[in-house]
Write a protein that binds this ligand. Structure first.
Ligand code: BGC
Length: 737
């Protein structure tokens, strides 16, 4: 960091709210694949460039290195590295970029980072973005993450993670969009679009099946039948490719016994072939070398050969391509044409991104693009709609004017660091406001707000002064307690065997409940937890997947009624960890649960149903649905099922509701899910008002793949269910001819 940046950034970033910043630089041009003559001209430029490159320079384009390994900047000048990662300081990035000018061919660098849900301004974690059920807001979150990262000289993000996930034990739930394939596809497209608009190329990841790790154990094997691969795992990737993702990252895991990074069928035949992906494929961190650990290669040379021949174009951080590809080519084990093809893909991305035409990077302007008022306003907008209200007994929320004192408990409520992807540590960022301060600000001086940490730290892992928290609670009209996951409990490598609140948190909560005061629980978690032990003993539950910089403001707004909550669960919340995996779009069984009899699907020691279904979330308003009509009861296979439904706000303030349309194929050549989300739309309905929502679902989207991966849409009866969660009961029928 230069002197100016070092002095300016803390000043600009530590103050909340920020002063209006003069001269925010103009947004970078949005990224998009060029088409037609422009695309053809690029292929000719690639031909010309390839003709000038030595084998070493070509291999250099496939070598992604970065901070944290033995990387040396002169590798760029030597043409030995075409991509770098994990640099975050503008001046350091400028220095790295400057090496390009010293290289023989001056091929621009691609600079990657896990810019996941923000950079200086933080947004809700991706699962929380999905909970908005509002693609416009999802796009905004990615846009700002890109725009801020881009200002520091980065041009590529390792996002969006679009792994499907039905298992809350897996720690990376929070990077994805949850369990539903339609929601995940919509979110994937919105995230790619947002990143591109903000100037970062995307890397859709992890191809494929990473989120299906057995037992929820990160990196574990996955077993995915062909039909499920195509119907459940593939659609979000198709959506990301259709939205123009420039790169795709392979998974660290092995699917059906073959590590993804060495799977030619997956990477070459399916991704580049059948899905028509034109960009480049990057391995995950060290996953080329990890082929040795998977037992698929004896040494790094074989690992390099296998990954490369599988179709993995770029090697992230293992150094195996750098060390061994040249020998493999010389020995004839790797065809030179394959090298050209991989390099072509990398250069194609660089040309389509416009990197060859880019003006020199100026690190001194970076600060002006960080945490601007516009970014923070949008972060608040996303956070507001991300909060899912799971319970609100006797309408305790919004807090009534008769409430004169509130006890806030939990270090998470005052901790002033946003969770961020570990690699971004040390970056300048805004200090998020504290929850007690935000409640005070919104409620004014007549309501007393007190605070007790309750637990030892915001990490929520060690007991603290429980007695002090109880005393604080006893002196207040209402208790607001913020519990959940933080520190080393979030993201990669954080699988859980227990989804209940950790004992220290449950003990604190029990003590607070025992005061007899109404307790509002805020769950600052990153995945579905099991809430069964306390859900019916507390007054309200607000599910807040880490909400980002403006999260406490959004929470205070909900509690005081300034914001009517409208978030919905993107994952099913189980009643017990033993129910996992649990998801709404399951296949029926031959013995469905109808009468609670023994030989029906279920458990002897727990209900079959989850605690909260997918798509669920309360509002201060009560919405009803009626007047479901279909335009036609019979539709052709190439037609569209269209119709409308009326949603009414029958009590409470103006609010937003998510109209969810589920479809079931009643009888098929194979068993079909009991229902699947096919359409959703969030609508705003005034107090006492109505809205008519039209929906249109292409019949071709209602099909499925058979075990030979052939897609089919079958004629026959289908049923539609409309409502505001996956238990929706308003139905209509149609027939596909
Ligand atoms: C993760 C990727 C991430 C990469 C680089 C890996 O461990 O699986 O998702 O992009 O690290 O940080």
């Amino acid at each position: 960091m230069n002197v100016l940046t070092r002095r300016l950034l803390p000043l600009l970033l530590a103050i909340a709210p920020l002063p209006a910043l003069a001269q925010q630089p103009p947004a970078p041009p949005a990224l998009a694949w060029k088409t037609g003559a422009e695309a053809r001209a690029i292929e000719r430029r690639i031909d010309a460039l390839l003709a000038r490159m030595t084998t070493a320079e070509k291999i250099g384009q496939l070598n992604l290195r970065g901070r944290g390994d033995d990387f040396r900047p002169e590798w760029i000048a030597q043409g030995r590295t075409g991509a770098v990662m994990n640099f975050t300081e503008p001046t350091e990035i400028a220095a790295v970029r400057a090496q390009v000018a010293r290289s023989r061919l001056q091929i621009p660098l691609i600079l990657g980072l896990d810019a996941i849900n923000g950079f200086a301004t933080y947004f809700p974690q991706p699962i929380g973005q999905a909970a908005t059920f509002n693609p416009r807001l999802v796009e905004l979150a990615s846009y700002w993450s890109a725009r801020e990262a881009r200002a520091t000289g980065i041009n590529w993000t390792f996002a969006p993670m679009i792994d499907m996930t039905r298992d809350a034990r897996w720690g990376r739930n929070m990077e994805g969009a949850g369990e539903d394939v339609h929601l995940a596809s919509v979110v994937a497209a919105a995230r790619v679009a947002g990143y591109h608009r903000g100037g970062l190329a995307t890397s859709a990841k992890h191809f494929i099946g990473y989120g299906a790790a057995e037992g929820g154990r990160d990196y574990n094997s996955v077993w995915i039948p062909v039909s499920e691969l195509w119907d459940y795992q593939m659609p979000a990737f198709r959506a990301a490719i259709a939205a123009g993702t420039f790169t795709v990252m392979t998974s660290l895991s092995a699917m059906n016994g073959i590590a993804a990074t060495g799977d030619r069928t997956l990477v070459t035949d399916i991704l580049k072939g059948r899905l028509g992906f034109r960009g480049f494929v990057v391995s995950d961190f060290d996953s080329v070398r990890e082929l040795i650990n998977h037992g698929m290669a004896a040494d790094r040379a074989e690992a390099a050969r296998k990954a490369f021949l599988a179709g993995v174009d770029m090697d992230m951080m293992s150094g195996a391509y750098d060390a061994h590809l040249a020998d493999e080519i010389r020995a004839g084990r790797v065809p030179a044409a394959a090298l050209d093809e991989a390099v072509r893909r990398v250069l194609r991305v660089k040309f389509h991104m416009g990197l060859f035409e880019e003006p020199p990077f100026d690190p001194t302007t970076a600060a002006r693009d960080m945490a601007t008022p516009a970014a923070r306003a949008d972060s608040l907008a996303v956070a507001r709609e991300s909060i899912v209200m799971l319970r609100n007994r006797e309408a305790i929320l919004p807090l009534r004017p008769s409430v004169r004192s509130i006890a806030v408990v939990g270090g998470a409520a005052t901790h002033q660091e946003d969770w961020q992807y570990s690699d971004n540590a040390g970056l300048p960022r805004v200090r998020p406001p504290k929850l007690p301060d935000e409640l005070s600000r919104l409620l004014g001086p007549d309501v007393a707000i007190s605070f007790a940490p309750g637990l030892a730290t915001h990490c929520n892992l060690a007991a603290g002064d429980t007695a002090g928290a109880v005393r604080t609670a006893e002196a207040a009209d209402v208790v607001v307690v913020m519990l959940g996951e933080d520190c080393e409990q979030i993201g990669e490598g954080t699988s859980r065997a227990h989804l209940d609140l950790p004992p220290v948190q449950q003990t604190l909560l029990d003590a607070l409940i025992a005061t007899g005061k109404p307790v509002v629980v805020i769950l600052h978690t990153t995945r579905p937890f099991v809430l069964t032990r306390f859900a019916d003993r507390v007054a309200a539950i607000l599910q807040a997947f880490h909400l980002g910089t403006e999260g406490r403001t959004a929470l205070a707004e909900v509690m005081t009624g300034r914001t009517n909550p409208s978030g919905k669960l993107p994952m099913t919340f189980p009643r017990a960890t033993g129910q996992v995996p649990i998801y709404y779009d399951a296949l029926p069984t031959g013995r469905p649960r109808l009468t609670n009899a023994r030989y029906e699907t279920g458990y002897t020691d727990e209900k079959l149903e989850p605690l909260y279904p997918f798509g669920f979330g309360l509002s201060f308003s009560r919405f009803t649905f009626d007047a479901l009509t279909l335009d036609a009861p019979r539709v052709a296979r190439n037609g569209t099922v269209s119709g409308s439904v009326r949603v009414s706000n029958v009590s409470g303030p103006a609010g937003k509701e998510v109209v969810q349309v589920y479809v079931r194929q009643m009888v098929g050549s194979r068993s079909r899910p009991v229902r699947q989300l096919r359409f959703f739309e969030k609508v705003e309905v005034g107090a006492g008002g109505h809205a008519t929502v039209r929906f249109a679902i292409p019949v071709r989207s209602l099909g499925f793949h058979d075990d030979q991966a052939r897609y089919r849409v079958e004629p026959g009866a289908y049923e539609i269910y409309v409502g505001n969660d996956s238990n929706a009961t308003l139905t209509a029928r149609f027939t596909v001819r």
